[in-house]
Design a protein around this ligand. Structure first.
Ligand code: EPU
Length: 296
């Protein structure tokens, strides 16, 4: 099947769109640059009976080696806007953002304008929409509302209560987040800069930042760090193919070069078995598989 449209490409390697640098081709890959274009594409995909997947910054994401059947949507220009709509005398900044805004762009603006508490996002790769879907770094506590377009093209705005944020969880209707409104206390820019510097220093010294990875591979079980459990099970450096448990932080799986999705999944199962054997705790993956495997 072919589908010709300005923002659609065929057989786009997902390895170029995931922080793991892993993943076969997307059958169709769309980069809509406006809400209208996004709705048109979704409606067309529906008529064609194509499954729809979304890839944002591609962090926390595993894409299958054989690729993904159907349409993969990657929000483009037009979804990266950011604007503080608060009045100068208000104590908090009310910031309207497109879902494809890089979280690090937000952190940069926080340092310039003095948006407080945002330092928790310093060093977090990826885009705002992805951070919201998994409540990364508890970002939900800043969220006022989020707009989501359903796969049949209808827009809906949810408030924070409706999203019921908890650890690495947000109750979002199926669809694609397009816009998010966040609120932060206003503080002195110098104070924001200092906090951001400290968080970056902590991350750069304790986490895996040199090799491709998807961030933390497993959620922390209640009251204990997954990294500590994996470390104590002696798994640092464990390797299947080119996927390896990071020597620096045991909850990161890194791609040494040619790792496949299967290598990563096999290593994650190995880690789960070993940690469960040692502690009785079954680690729950934080990394998410996207798409329907494309079998040609
Ligand atoms: N630890 C070890 N060995 C290791 C790694 C960690 O013993 O190999 C120990 C540390 O010494 C520390 C404890 O485990 O005492 C916790 O480690 P860390 O401070 O690195 O935090 P974490 O619980 O592993 C969580 C999030 C990170 C987030 C950091 C900082 C999860 C699964 N991970 O990590 O999020 O950046 O706190 O806020 O919730 C992510 O989600 O991708 C992620 C990296």
């Amino acid at each position: 099947m072919t589908w010709r449209d300005g923002c659609i490409r065929q057989h786009v390697p997902l390895a170029n769109h995931t922080s793991f640098r892993i993943g076969g081709p997307a059958e169709f890959f769309a980069e809509p640059s406006s809400a209208e274009e996004l709705v048109t594409i979704l409606q067309r995909a529906r008529r064609l009976g194509l499954p729809v997947s979304v890839v944002g910054g591609g962090t926390n994401t595993l894409a299958p080696d054989r690729g993904i059947r159907g349409l993969v949507v990657h929000l483009g220009r037009g979804f990266k806007s950011v604007a503080d709509i608060s009045q100068p005398d208000e104590p908090q900044a009310l910031v309207q953002c497109g879902a494809a805004l890089l979280t690090q762009r937000l952190v940069y603006l926080a340092a310039q304008h003095g948006w407080g508490e945002l330092e928790v996002l310093a060093g977090l790769p990826g885009q705002l929409g992805g951070a919201l879907t998994m409540n990364a770094q508890d970002i939900g506590r800043f969220v006022q509302d989020a707009t989501i377009v359903s796969l049949d093209g209808a827009f809906r705005t949810l408030n924070r209560e409706e999203m019921r944020f908890s650890y690495r969880y947000a109750a979002l209707a199926p669809g694609i987040i397009t816009n998010v409104t966040l609120a932060f206390p206003k503080i002195a820019p110098e104070a924001a800069q200092e906090r951001i510097r400290q968080v970056l220093q902590y991350r750069n010294t304790t986490q895996e930042v040199r090799l491709p990875s998807a961030g933390c591979a497993f959620k922390n079980p209640p009251g204990v760090g997954a990294g500590r459990l994996i470390d104590q099970a002696g798994l640092k450096g464990a390797r299947i193919g080119d996927a390896q448990v990071s020597q620096r932080h045991a909850n990161f799986i890194v791609n040494l070069g040619q790792a496949t999705c299967d290598d990563v999944l096999s290593l994650m199962e190995h880690v789960q078995r070993r940690v469960q054997g040692a502690t009785g705790i079954l680690l729950e993956p934080e990394v998410r598989m996207i798409g329907e495997q494309w079998t040609r």
